[in-house]
Design a binder for this molecule. Structure first.
Ligand code: FMN
Length: 179
């Protein structure tokens, strides 16, 4: 990987406001291709992707979660779903896929929000909507939702080392820091 490719990690920012422009099938395939290339434990690949373009479903999910703009305002919301029987590490596998997808979106000039599960009834209700309205089978869990679209406005990229905190890096022994 060339050093300039590392800029992708600094450019990726959570995008919560989108223009009205849609996402083509070709672009969607590129995002899903990146997601499916992520590592998964024992290469079990427990994930499925529910691509939500329907405004009705987006609205129902947004109402359930009580977060409207970055779900209803996104042209595509992808529910990353998993069968936990296939792999007990489904949440970790799903997280790796989501990060790949967000980085691919950044590389394509898109942006998105990772909408993670809340350990509460709002999340349960949103998942229920996916079961009832989008036909998500009963045995599938939802790792997270990812809304993707064309960013409205510019986001600031991170500076090199901006979040790198030397007090959190321990060399061979917890007490051994390089401050
Ligand atoms: C597991 C997880 C769940 C998240 N859930 C939400 C969410 O529900 N709503 C939201 O606006 N952002 C959500 N985010 C995005 C974070 O708020 C965001 O990554 C963080 O503020 C850092 O900003 P950055 O992504 O621009 O670097 C989530 C991120 C992760 C990893």
């Amino acid at each position: 990987m060339a050093k300039k490719d590392l800029e992708l990690f600094r450019t990726r920012r959570t995008v919560r406001k989108f223009t009205a422009e849609g996402i083509s099938d070709e672009t969607l395939t590129e995002l899903l291709d990146a997601a499916t290339l992520a590592p998964s434990r024992l290469d079990r690949r427990p994930l499925h992707y529910l691509v939500i373009r329907s405004d009705t479903i987006k609205t129902k999910v947004a109402e359930a979660l009580r977060v409207r703009p970055y779900i209803e305002g996104a042209p595509v919301v992808i529910a990353v779903c998993a069968d936990p029987v296939i792999s007990p590490t489904w949440e970790l596998d799903g997280s790796a896929a989501i990060e790949n997808m967000l980085l691919a979106a950044t590389a394509l000039g898109l942006g998105g929000t990772w909408v993670g599960p809340r350990r509460n009834q709002l999340w349960e209700r949103a998942v229920e909507v996916l079961h009832q309205v989008a036909g998500l089978p009963d045995n599938f869990r939802v790792v997270s939702l990812v809304s993707i679209g064309h960013p409205e406005g510019e986001s600031r990229s991170y500076d090199p080392g901006e979040k790198l905190d030397a007090t959190r890096i321990h060399y061979d022994h917890w007490d051994n820091l390089k401050l």
